[in-house]
Design a protein. Structure first.
Length: 281
């Protein structure tokens, strides 16, 4: 992999200097010669159920629609939902070099997920943390990603073993936090942001998901979870800027749940987030 993991100590303007092993002493995972990835972006949340995988899948779809080569590493191994969002089925294959070949969506997005290694996607993953962390590391080192402009990593929620492993061992160029507007969530978002800062990960900003719903009769914006004032105040204190607000749209939800994420109209979605990612390319 190129810009995200080459030695950057002598290269001005390298976007991954903050995560490079030459800069902070953290041992990064080895690259493989079958992958060239320009930019690695983590999509994280302080808790589950806020739509992190939805943001990951729609962001991938929007980036691909702009002509970029995009991949998704589904690191949310206990709740992998990326394959279903894109209608991906079947088992991943291994090539003659014993590298895992990603699944590919109709729109050309490459994806790797634990659910694509299970015979039954509904089987529970009852594995301990070190085993799960090892699998995620293998998704990085042993997958033939080929040439990608952006690899999105759908991270597990919270600040446990697997997020810590990802922060420490992957050359993340940036992190996007996802949250809903509830006051309780604001504290959890701040904790996730503080953890990323402690790991010297560049936080691009916050996507506020399910921020409102448009009334089907009068188009008034209704805040289902109340005001986001506390959320924005807490994230501002942590130095995290708001990138985008996403509505709760039943029609969009139905498309994603049925595996048709690439049919979602993203014209008014995640525009600032896309700009933040493109600025790293």
């Amino acid at each position: 992999m190129s810009s995200a993991c080459d030695s950057c100590a002598s290269r001005e303007g390298c976007t991954s200097q903050s995560t490079c092993e030459k800069r902070n002493g953290i041992e990064k995972l080895p690259c493989n010669d079958a992958s060239q990835i320009k930019c690695v972006i983590g999509i994280a949340s302080g808790k589950g159920g806020v739509g992190k995988s939805f943001v990951t899948s729609t962001l991938a779809h929007k980036l691909a629609g702009k002509g970029l080569k995009v991949g998704i590493l589904d690191a949310d191994v206990t709740g992998p939902s990326i394959p279903r969002a894109f209608g991906l089925k079947g088992m991943l294959e291994v090539n003659e070099s014993e590298r895992i070949l990603p699944a590919v969506t109709e729109g050309g997005i490459k994806a790797v997920s634990l659910n694509l290694l299970l015979e039954d996607e509904n089987s529970p993953v009852i594995w301990r943390g070190p085993v799960l962390s090892g699998l995620v590391r293998q998704f990085w080192s042993d997958v033939e990603w080929g040439m990608l402009d952006v690899l999105l990593i759908d991270m597990p929620p919270g600040t446990g073993d697997i997020p810590l492993t990802l922060f420490q061992s992957l050359p993340l160029n940036g992190l996007v936090l996802v949250s809903t507007p509830q006051e309780l969530v604001s504290m959890i978002v701040a904790k996730a942001g503080n953890m990323a800062s402690m790991m010297n990960v560049n936080i691009l900003g916050l996507v506020e998901n399910m921020a409102y719903v448009n009334c089907p009769h009068c188009s008034e914006k209704i805040s289902l979870f109340g005001s986001d004032e506390v959320l924005l105040e807490e994230t501002s204190k942590a130095g995290i800027k708001l990138l985008d607000k996403l509505p709760l749209d039943p029609a969009v939800t139905a498309l994603v749940d049925s595996g048709n994420t690439e049919k979602v109209d993203t014209a008014d979605l995640l525009n600032n987030t896309v700009e933040a990612v493109e600025a790293l390319l």
